[in-house]
Every structure is written in structure tokens, then in C-alpha cells.
Design a protein around this ligand. Structure first.
Ligand SMILES: [Ca+2]
Length: 406
């Protein structure tokens, strides 16, 4: 009996091993048949391709992979949506602020020169640098070619990673980095600004003047590349990113979003005030701005400028843009934490939020895609639904609401 069980186990292991070998074989064929022709037509030599792809080993430890024949990665299906408050963990945020303040004086002349050239203030550049790589101190250990190759082969966005893999190969071909220097995050992001390879090719700049684009060990090149990136995506010189505000109860949270802009003067006329008690800056009054409530009525509210949406070009998340804008304010002015508290929100699975989004879509609401994340289109659709159904708008998902929206 024991011998039979052992035999069965050996068979299962052999099968698993065979499946893995099969996947590895498919990957090698994919690199040869799909990626090599793309690389060659982008000017990559065979020698560079072979050197960069190395042993051509798949890395199935990468989070969020999609096995052939699957559609949604297991980990996304089961992921919990984390409460916004957790994103602003003071241990992490406070460390970025205090180190950022020290580095602001250390790199003051570089940052001033970058602001003159790109119009992006030093506090914003520092906050992104801190958020992306802890000012260059974070360990970025993965082989970018293995990460990008695996994700080009088996991720939810294969086209994106195929393009990024070719761009990474072009970086080596052009002598920007050796394959050994090409370390990345699990997302394929490189160096201190955490640029994807296409961002490197388009936006990396040589600020220290050594003729190299060095986002790995050059602080001036790192800071300049972040500034050049934001400038490219339309950073408006002289405008802030936004202000924490009080929103009167009679103003619906469903007015949120970058497609519902008003002059700051008009928001103020509706009764929205800065929570600090200070007036909005005079030079902002006649310019367009937007209501932004990342936790709906259960947390701080903001009037944000177009620069907030430029920050989202770095990372498509309201919380990310808010984090770097807020950290920048605290680096520059030593201002404190948000005045309003983050309320308690229910722990929900992304799959539960996505199911609610699909119900809302079925009722004709635009939720910005059923991705399981409560972005502004989902938040304000919830608010609209609540209003139409005689409820007080909260503009944020909860267990009770998911049960009620049917
Ligand atoms: Ca340089």
C-alpha cells in the first residue's frame, strides 16, 4: 500500500515536472518565434538578444502571471482591496518626508536648476524618488529580462510587456546598460525612478553631463529624468497639485472627477473651503480644478489641479498621486498630516467590488471597467445610485452596499 502511494506520488511529480518542462519549451519557442523577430526589426543584434536573454528561464514566481488557458490570475481574484488609510501609513510616509527634507538641502542647487528647466518643483521630484525607490536605497534584485520575458509570455498584458522587452533589449544594444545592470522590480521597473524601459528610452536625461543616461547610480540623472517625465506629460509650472478641503454636506460626492472641472472660484462659491482655514492662492482662483474624494465621504477630500493627473501618469492611482503630492508639501513646508481622518471601510475582495461594478454597468453606469478597484468613476456612480435610491451618498463600496445594489 505504501509502495503504491509512493508510486502514485512519483507519477504526480513526474507529471508536474513534465508540465513545467512543457511550459519552459513553449517559452523558448515564444522567445525565438515571437520576440526575436520583433527585437531584430527594432535594431537589436543577435548577440545582444542572446546575451540579454541568457538561459531563457521562465520565472513562475512572478506575481500575477496567467497560465496558458487561464484568463484571470489567481492572486488578483483573491486579492483584498486595501483601505486607503493603509496607503498613508505614517511609518513609511514620515520616513520619506524626513529623508526628503534632508535631501532637499543636499541637492538644492540641482533641484533649483531642474525646476527652472522643466517647471517641476523639487518637492514633487523628491517625493517620487522617495516613493519609488526610498531615494535609491531599496533593493531591486530581479533580472529585468527574465521578468519582462516571462510577463511578455504569460501575463494579463502581454502586448505591453512585449513592447517593454524590446525596449529593454534596445537599451543594451545602445550601451545604456549591461544585461547584468538591468535589475528590475517584479513589474519590470528599472533604477531609482522605477522607469519601464520605454519610459527610459523616451524620458531619461543626462544631467550630470558624463554622456550617460544613468538612472541607477547618478542622483542628478535620476532627479532630472523624473522631472523630464512629468514635464512631458504636461506638468503646469507654477500650479500646485491640490489642497485638502471641507466639502459641505449638500455638495454631492458624485461631482468628483477630472471631467467635471470648475474654476476654483466656483468651487469656493459652492461652499468648499481649504481645511487649513487659509484661502485658496489668488493665482489659482480663475483656473480649473476638480473634486477628488479617494475614500468618498469616509476620508479627506481635495480640490486638485491638472497636475494631480500628471502625477497619475507615473502610477495610475489616485492614492499614489495623493501620496506624492502630500509628501511633497510636507517636505517643502513641514506641513502636517491630513486634517480629516480616514474612516473605517469594510475589507472587501476585489472580486466582490468587480461584481458590484458589473451590476452598475448593467444599469448603465460608467464605472471605468470592472477591475475591482474603486476609482473615481466607480465612486461617483455609487453616489449617483445612492442618490437615485433615496440614500445619503457615500461614494465608496461597503459590504452593505454591495448587498443592496442588485
Ligand atoms: Ca549622466
Amino acid at each position: 500500500m505504501v509502495r503504491l502511494a509512493a508510486l502514485v506520488l512519483v507519477c504526480i511529480l513526474a507529471l508536474t515536472g513534465a508540465a513545467r518542462a512543457d511550459l519552459q519549451g513553449q517559452y523558448e519557442r515564444f522567445l525565438e518565434d515571437t520576440m526575436w523577430p520583433k527585437a531584430r526589426s527594432a535594431g537589436v543584434s543577435r548577440a545582444t538578444f542572446d546575451r540579454a536573454m541568457g538561459q531563457k528561464r521562465l520565472n513562475t514566481d512572478i506575481p500575477g502571471l496567467v497560465r496558458p488557458g487561464q484568463t484571470t490570475p489567481q492572486r488578483i481574484r483573491q486579492a483584498e482591496f486595501s483601505a486607503p488609510a493603509r496607503y498613508f501609513n505614517e511609518n513609511n510616509l514620515g520616513a520619506i518626508v524626513s529623508q526628503g527634507r534632508r535631501l532637499a538641502s543636499q541637492h538644492a542647487s540641482t533641484l533649483a536648476a531642474l525646476e527652472r528647466r522643466y517647471g517641476v518643483p523639487g518637492r514633487i521630484i523628491l517625493a517620487i524618488w522617495g516613493r519609488e525607490s526610498a531615494f535609491g536605497r531599496v533593493d531591486i534584485p530581479h533580472d529585468a529580462f527574465q521578468v519582462l520575458g516571462t510577463k511578455a509570455f504569460m501575463s494579463t498584458r502581454p502586448d505591453l510587456f512585449r513592447t517593454e522587452l524590446v525596449a529593454a533589449l534596445q537599451m543594451v544594444e545602445r550601451g545604456n546598460a549591461t544585461p547584468a545592470q538591468m535589475k528590475s522590480s517584479w513589474a519590470g521597473a528599472l533604477g531609482q525612478p522605477q522607469f519601464l524601459p520605454t519610459s527610459f528610452l523616451e524620458h531619461a536625461v543626462d544631467i550630470d553631463g558624463d554622456g550617460k543616461l544613468n538612472i541607477w547610480t547618478s542622483v542628478p540623472d535620476t532627479l532630472g529624468s523624473i522631472a523630464a517625465y512629468l514635464d512631458h506629460f504636461g506638468w503646469v509650472s507654477g500650479r500646485d497639485w491640490g489642497f485638502e478641503v471641507s466639502v459641505p454636506a449638500d455638495i454631492s460626492c458624485s461631482f468628483e472627477g477630472p471631467d467635471q472641472g470648475l474654476k476654483i472660484r466656483d468651487w469656493a462659491a459652492m461652499g468648499i473651503t481649504r481645511i487649513s482655514g487659509r484661502p485658496f492662492p489668488a493665482h489659482e482662483m480663475d483656473l480649473e480644478a476638480y473634486l477628488m474624494m479617494p475614500a468618498g465621504r469616509s476620508g479627506p477630500a481635495f480640490i486638485v489641479t491638472p497636475n494631480f493627473y500628471v502625477l497619475k501618469q507615473y502610477n495610475e492611482s489616485d492614492l499614489y498621486a495623493l501620496f506624492v503630492g502630500h509628501a511633497g508639501d510636507r517636505i517643502e513646508w513641514g506641513s502636517g498630516r491630513f486634517k480629516a481622518a480616514w474612516g473605517r471601510v469594510d475589507t472587501l475582495y476585489r472580486s466582490e467590488i468587480a461584481a458590484m461594478q458589473r451590476v452598475l454597468e448593467g444599469k448603465g453606469y460608467d464605472v471605468g471597467g470592472a477591475d475591482g478597484l474603486p476609482g473615481f468613476k466607480t465612486r461617483r456612480s455609487i453616489g449617483d445610485w445612492q442618490q437615485k435610491n433615496g440614500r445619503q451618498p457615500t461614494c465608496f463600496p461597503s459590504k452593505a452596499l454591495i448587498g443592496a445594489i442588485r
